[in-house]
Design a protein around this ligand. Sequence first.
Ligand SMILES: [Fe+2]
Ligand SMILES: [Fe+2]
Length: 278
Amino acid sequence: MSSDQNDSNTAIPIRRPSGSLSSDIPRYWVGGDAFATHFLNALSSTFPFGEAFFVRSVMHYRDRIDDPELLDRIQGFAGQEGQHSRVHEQHVEILISQGYTALETRNRFVDRIARWHNRRTPKLSLSMTAGLEHLTALLARQLLTDPVLRTGNMHPEMARLWRWHALEEAEHKAVAFDVLMRVAPSHSRRVILMVLNTLGLSMEILDRMIYMLWKDGLLFEAKTWSGGWRFLFGEGGFLRGLGADYRAWYHKDFHPDDIDDRPLIESNAPSIEAEIAT
Ligand SMILES: [Fe+2]
Ligand SMILES: [Fe+2]
């Protein structure tokens, strides 16, 4: 990937990596580990329709915002998510070419549901978006806190993709929330939606992982799941230690910037910008 343009006139820079992911990314691109790879494949495969949904959810209310600073951040948010959606779509195409063909039908189906929600339930869509942005910010923080541990054993192109995506999730994490607070600030709605988001995303990821592990003949191998448990919840596990930040969402006066990610952004941005430029 390379970066052919940076927009510096917005607080949230839109970086536009050019080129495509190469098609020879190995099947198990996280250190040869099928479970870890399919966990991240499952997550990655939800981004093309998921991030398009996020952008539509926020843009629906753009005309109701008159704060120029927030309007600038909305533009940066939409630009960043558009780029993520595009590159993760390339990843989905690679997964389909590797034989995980049901992802295509599944994504088309969920995309249709997401579009229906945008049209018929815009407040719920925005609240879901703000909540899912909180979840992506948790994962981004995990990754940016120790990029070597989290991405050091990945295929280099995928490592670059995840580091770049994590940086930008941290940069725009408060945009959907700030729009939500202006147009539909109900605490109970965002609490209920977060419970549903957490369950829904977990089921969607699990469902996709089960499919890919089944395709590989690894679904019923005990070591797939024992190793997977260690990857997620063991010492240094990917989801370990996220509880307090996750629960912060439920506090009535929560704001995403209560968790200060600026030091992580500042320490990671230069190297990530350099690597997406090559
Ligand atoms: Fe994103
Ligand atoms: Fe995002």
